[in-house]
Design a binder for this molecule. Structure first.
Ligand code: TXA
Ligand code: MG
Length: 316
């Protein structure tokens, strides 16, 4: 699955990062647009290239628990338990930051989202650069996240200094984001590490939290996110839009009409999540009038996939 870059590629990427450059980096979730998290000017370029509003905080990637601890004002017991269990992995933990992290990284918030990615190339790169990396997904704001180096090339080519190709991303959707700022932890964005997985380690997570609202703690964010250019419809009865040409992403239900282009999606949620963005990219590139998605069940194991599908379909 992984492609292993040469030592020379890692060196070049690390040197660029230390010099204030932007490097697209593979992680197990999606490709990130990385810059030295301690360099405010380099981080400003991330916002410019992504055309991302300055009100949307970035995730900071570390290669060790020690590096994480050096960036936060507190390392509570829950953080220690979660990091031991889920790092390296697709979990971002939000904690109070120290002044080592420039405020542009966190969109002015006094907290920072930290994660140690479970990808050997990302870890090798952070180690070689010797600095934490601020990295949002390597796509323009509101567009589909990239899960291959080719997706990055098609979206950002020319605007990044180097694309480090580590092969396709195994998890395929963005990390789970959990805030530990309040006494009761809050799930800000669902991901492949589920609410249940988290609760089995640290106990109850704020039941009142609304993941979609919580994922946008800063003003100026929209529900529309992770979207293809083509109109996307979520359907649960196989009934396709009547007009125009389209494509059907089938989970279990067959389409209402025959002779419709169909992409069969994996039946298990983890496999579905891993395939989701690459299938949406593929459907989008067909330049049709619509993409109709056969909605998977509304059960806990599908929470992250449901969240991304609803945002992809949103026009807000
Ligand atoms: O899997 C991932 O998390 C990928 C890869 C590249 O690591 N990164 C990613 O970053 O998805 P991005 O920038 O597209 O998503 C960042 C989200 C924000 O929208 C927000 O929901 C949350 O992380 N976040 C980051 N810092 C936060 C903070 N200080 N407080 C609350 N939420 C924060
Ligand atoms: Mg993103």
């Amino acid at each position: 699955m992984h492609r292993t870059p040469t030592a020379a590629e890692i060196d070049r990427a690390a040197n660029l990062l230390r010099a204030g450059g932007l490097v697209a980096i593979p992680t197990e979730t999606v490709y990130g647009l990385g810059a030295n998290a301690l360099d405010a000017e380099a981080v400003a370029r991330i916002y410019a290239v992504k055309r991302r509003p300055p009100t949307s905080p970035l995730i900071v990637h570390v290669d060790s628990i020690e590096m994480a601890q050096s960036l936060v004002a507190a390392w509570p017991e829950d953080a220690a338990l979660l990091a031991r269990k889920f790092w390296p992995g697709p979990l971002t933990i939000v904690l109070p930051k120290t002044s080592a992290i420039p405020t542009i990284v966190t969109a002015g918030l006094p907290s920072v989202g930290l994660r140690m990615p479970a990808h050997p190339v990302a870890l090798a790169l952070i180690r070689a650069a010797g600095v934490p990396l601020a990295a949002p997904s390597a796509n323009r704001f509101t567009e589909l996240s990239p899960t291959t180096a080719d997706h990055v090339r098609r979206s950002l080519d020319g605007d990044v200094d180097f694309i480090l190709d580590g092969g396709p991303c195994a998890v395929g959707i963005e990390s789970t984001v959990l805030s530990l700022l309040e006494p009761q932890p809050v799930l800000l964005r669902p991901g492949c590490i589920s609410r249940h997985d988290l609760e089995s380690v640290i106990g109850p997570i704020d039941a009142a939290s609304n993941p979609t609202a919580g994922a946008h703690p800063a003003p100026g964010m929209h529900a529309r996110h992770y979207s293809p250019r083509t109109s996307l419809f979520l359907i649960s009865n196989g009934e396709l839009p009547e007009k125009g040409r389209g494509i059907y992403l089938q989970h279990t239900r067959p389409p209402s009409r025959r002779h419709i282009s169909t992409i069969k999606m994996p039946s298990a949620s983890a496999d579905y999540g891993a395939a989701l963005y690459s299938k949406l990219h593929e459907a989008d590139e067909a330049n049709l009038d619509w993409i109709a998605v056969d909605l998977p069940p509304n059960t806990p194991e599908w929470e992250a996939v449901q969240d991304r599908l609803r945002r992809a379909a949103s026009n807000e």
